[in-house]
Design a protein around this ligand. Sequence first.
Ligand code: UDP
Length: 240
Amino acid sequence: MRVDVLGVGFDNLTMDEAVEHGMALFGNREGAFYVVTPNPEIVELCRTDPKVRAAVNGAALVLPDGIGVIKGAAMLGTPLRERTPGVEFAARFVERLAQEGKSLYLLGGKPGVADTAADRLKDRYPGLMIAGTQDGYFQEDGPVVEAIRHSGADAVFVCLGAPKQELWMAKNGPVTGARVLCGLGGSVDVFAGTVQRAPAFWCDHGLEWFYRLCKEPRRLGRMMKLPLFLLHVLQEKGRR
Ligand code: UDP
């Protein structure tokens, strides 16, 4: 049962449940599955672009990345239980991959970033198997898909930014040979240490977006999608 927020169906899970659902996907006998973590900006994109909407709703797990989606769902009278930020989901998922002996391929970020992220993740989660890395500025999908297939990776973190990563996973996921792919935006930069997450205070008070805006003012254009999203939620509420 998914909670509909402006056409995107969110899974109503706690972080613990989301991680376990993600791990359970490895138990399926065949097929590739992908995980997405939309924020209001992506929901807005889904409203106007049916291809992106299909890619997002086609995911095995659709997790609310930030406070905006949580607020929107509550305003619509169908609250979601917990915020499940992509980067936190990723950290928890990596920990479980290391425990279960599953290998991870890191795709995305500027040249060198995925390598640094891989080194740091291996330090932090002993036993983690990195199947390979690849930066996110390639020209053709074919060789990248082939490299992942050849690596035998069980899981892939696809960090190409939205909606590129969602479309990429929907199209290429099944041919990579990996069982679980996760679209995680800038998480690769956080793991590499090139971008810092907001301190706990800001995250706990639903203000991570504001912290990021202060650090990277060029995000303002993207963030203007948030008021638009809330306006559309109010319109939808009026219709229901
Ligand atoms: N990126 C990439 N290939 C591209 C465009 C972006 O690998 O063609 C990477 C970029 O280097 C960054 C991530 O995708 O690591 C997206 O970061 P952003 O801050 O936009 O993502 P968010 O976390 O906000 O979704």
